[in-house]
Structures are given as structure tokens and as C-alpha cells.
Design a protein around this ligand. Structure first.
Ligand SMILES: NC(=O)c1ccc[n+]([C@@H]2O[C@H](COP(=O)([O-])OP(=O)(O)OC[C@H]3O[C@@H](n4cnc5c(N)ncnc54)[C@H](OP(=O)(O)O)[C@@H]3O)[C@@H](O)[C@H]2O)c1
Length: 330
């Protein structure tokens, strides 16, 4: 029987999410890859247990995570059932989302009230939960009024199916508008989930300011650029990598020789700092006070262990930051 480590809150750092009452661990674990029906259940289970033992209280899911879609939520539900008896539910922040394609027909994706509410019900059933802590609109829908999508999120909270709401992949204008509507509805936006890493930086062009002005937290996804910002691809594409797997979202074409050259230079800077490249890439995001937590993925306990090493060195000198910028410019 799994007994959580008694010292699980001793070393992790927690940061307030925007101006809310919620604090999140600076590292959160996402279940997009490696937790689906095609993956080894016991490996996923070991990662969730290890993460929780080290103070990672936040687990991020979505209706479509798998493959097949829905299977990550089912597997996570099975892990909760086996290892996390009822009293531990109050120590967890579990999120899910709806936005991408989930079932056939006109009501199985995007941002209608019909889709969001049915999808939330399905997610709860798959995970065996009464509520999620955060429910997200996974992407803006250009063909549904923002008011409808935000009213659906508000209704999900008011009906007790979620405690907070979030936005993901909303760019500046839509994010600002959605945040305003949610505030007016009385269900303030807790958090925004953009793609953000050393390689993908659009969030710096206004979004982070909008979030700070409105007291909304920020949880960057793919902070390691799906594994590119680690030591994984320094010498080509290994067989056990996301880029090599047919079910992985990282395309082989993204592992270009130009990219590898940059990654090698970043790796050398990380080595000089006494860190792994993944640790440096994560702390590089967390140096900005507007970032609440970084949402990592993982395919093994060893990777989690490596990434938790950020807690040992989170400072950058001005010179290091400048060198990193130069390298990133190519
Ligand atoms: N809102 C959205 O639209 C959206 C979209 C994408 C993701 N997300 C969320 O963000 C989470 C994280 O996304 P992501 O998985 O792309 O994040 P990521 O942290 O950028 O990439 C994770 C991958 O990097 C590799 N890795 C991690 N730590 C490593 C280490 N220490 N050494 C070597 N390799 C390491 C592993 O790749 P291998 O598998 O190759 O070992 C791992 O699967 C997802 O699970 C999901 O919750 C949200």
C-alpha cells in the first residue's frame, strides 16, 4: 500500500497563483503524454506517487489526453482509487480542460456551453471525482461568443463541478476580454496556461502583463519544448524519445541541426551553472515573478528527479541571462 512521504512538504516551494487564495508548487505535472492507454500504467503510477512524495500537488489533465482520448483521465482515476484515499483529495489540485476534438458531431469540440458542460461531466466520471479544482477552456472558439464559453465555465463552478476556472491558448485580446467577462460573472479567472519556453516566447508580448494586471496566475506548458530543452537530443533522436514515437506530438523536423547547435550551447551554459539543461530551462521561466508554476511532462521517475533539482539553484546572474539571449538569437 502506498503511504505518502511524511516530509512531502519540506522542500518544495509554493507560489501564490495570481491574487487568489491558491498556492501551487513551482513544478506541476502534466499527463498529456506517457499516461494514456498505449503507455505502461505502472510507470505513470510511479511518477504520480513520486511527484506527490516530493510536494508536487498539482496534476494537469484534459479530456483528450491519451491516446486514446480520455485514457489519461481513466488511468489517473485508477491511480487515485488505488493510491490516494479520500482524505488525500484535499491535498491535490487536479485540473481538466475541454476545447479540442473529443467526440463526433457538432457538440464534441470548441467552446459551446453544450460541449463544455458535457465534457466536464465526462471527465469527472472518467477520473471518479466529484469535482476538479480547475476547469479550463482549452482554446478560444472563433465561432462561439466569448460570453457563452465564459458563462459555461461560470456555471460549471456554480454547480460544484469545479472550484476555479482557467484559460488556455487564449492570446492577448481574447484573454483580456475573457478575464473581464469572468470577473463580471463573479467567477474570476484563476490561471492562464500558455505554451511558453526559451523557444516559444509569445507570452512575453503582452500576455504576462495582462495576467499580472488582473491578478491571474500563469502556468506555462511545454516548458522544456517537449524535451528539446533537455540533454535528450544532444546526439540525435533516441529511440525512447517523444520525437521517435508514433504517438508523440514532437515532430522529427523540429529536431533540426540548427536547433541542436543552440541546444548544445545552452547545455554548456547549464553545465557551467552546475545544472542540467532541463533544470536551467525551468528556472529560466520561474525567474519571472509572474510565473506561478511550470507545467512539465515526464516519461520516467528519473526525469522528475532531475527536474526537481531546480530547487537547488534558482538564481541567474545578469551575465548568464545575456549569454542565454545571445545563444537563443542563434
Ligand atoms: N493547454 C494546452 O494546450 C497544452 C498543450 C500541451 C501540453 N499541455 C500540458 O503541459 C504538460 C507538459 O507538456 P509537455 O509534456 O510538452 O512538457 P515538457 O516538459 O516541455 O516536455 C516533457 C518531455 O520532456 C522530456 N523530459 C522531461 N524532463 C526531462 C529530463 N529531466 N531529461 C530528459 N528529458 C526530459 C520527456 O520526453 P520523453 O517523453 O521523450 O522522454 C518528457 O515527456 C502536458 O502534460 C499537459 O498537461 C497543455
Amino acid at each position: 500500500m502506498y503511504v505518502p512521504a511524511s516530509d512531502r512538504y519540506d522542500s518544495m516551494q509554493y507560489k501564490r497563483c495570481g491574487k487568489s487564495g491558491i498556492q501551487l508548487p513551482i513544478l506541476s505535472l502534466g499527463l498529456w503524454h506517457n499516461f494514456g492507454g498505449v503507455d505502461t500504467f505502472e510507470n505513470g503510477r510511479a511518477m504520480v506517487r513520486y511527484a506527490f512524495d516530493r510536494g508536487i500537488t498539482h496534476f494537469d489533465l484534459a479530456n483528450n489526453y491519451g491516446p486514446p482520448p480520455g485514457s489519461a483521465e481513466e488511468n489517473f482515476g485508477a491511480i487515485l482509487k488505488q493510491d490516494f484515499p479520500g482524505y488525500l483529495r484535499d491535498e491535490l489540485i487536479i485540473s481538466s480542460k475541454a476545447g479540442y476534438h473529443m467526440w463526433p458531431g457538432p457538440y464534441g469540440e470548441w467552446g459551446s456551453r453544450k460541449y463544455l458542460i458535457s465534457s466536464c461531466d465526462q471527465s469527472l466520471k472518467r477520473m471518479g471525482l466529484e469535482y476538479v479544482d480547475i476547469f479550463y477552456s482549452h482554446r478560444p472558439d472563433p465561432n462561439t461568443p466569448l460570453e457563452e464559453t465564459m458563462m459555461a465555465l461560470d456555471q460549471i463552478v456554480r454547480s460544484g463541478k469545479a472550484l476555479y476556472v482557467g484559460l488556455s491558448n487564449y492570446e492577448n485580446k481574447d484573454a483580456a476580454e475573457a478575464i473581464k467577462i469572468l470577473k463580471e460573472l463573479g467567477t474570476p479567472c484563476l490561471i492562464h496556461q500558455p505554451k511558453y519556453s526559451m523557444f516559444v516566447r509569445w507570452a512575453e508580448e503582452g500576455l504576462l502583463d495582462i495576467l499580472e494586471e488582473n491578478g491571474v496566475g500563469c502556468i506555462p506548458f511545454s516548458p522544456l519544448a517537449q524535451g528539446l530543452l533537455t540533454n535528450k537530443y544532444l546526439k540525435g533522436i533516441p529511440a525512447d524519445s517523444r520525437a521517435a514515437k508514433s504517438t508523440g506530438f514532437l515532430q522529427e523536423s523540429e529536431v533540426s541541426p540548427e536547433r541542436i547547435a543552440i541546444i548544445q550551447k545552452l547545455h554548456a551554459i547549464a553545465e557551467d551553472r552546475g545544472q542540467s539543461l532541463s533544470q536551467m530551462a525551468l528556472t529560466w521561466l520561474l525567474k519571472d515573478h509572474r510565473i506561478t508554476t511550470v507545467l512539465i511532462g515526464s516519461s520516467s521517475v528519473a526525469q522528475l528527479k532531475d527536474n526537481l533539482g531546480i530547487l537547488n539553484n534558482m538564481e541567474f546572474s545578469a551575465e548568464e541571462l545575456e549569454t542565454i539571449e545571445l545563444v537563443l538569437k542563434g
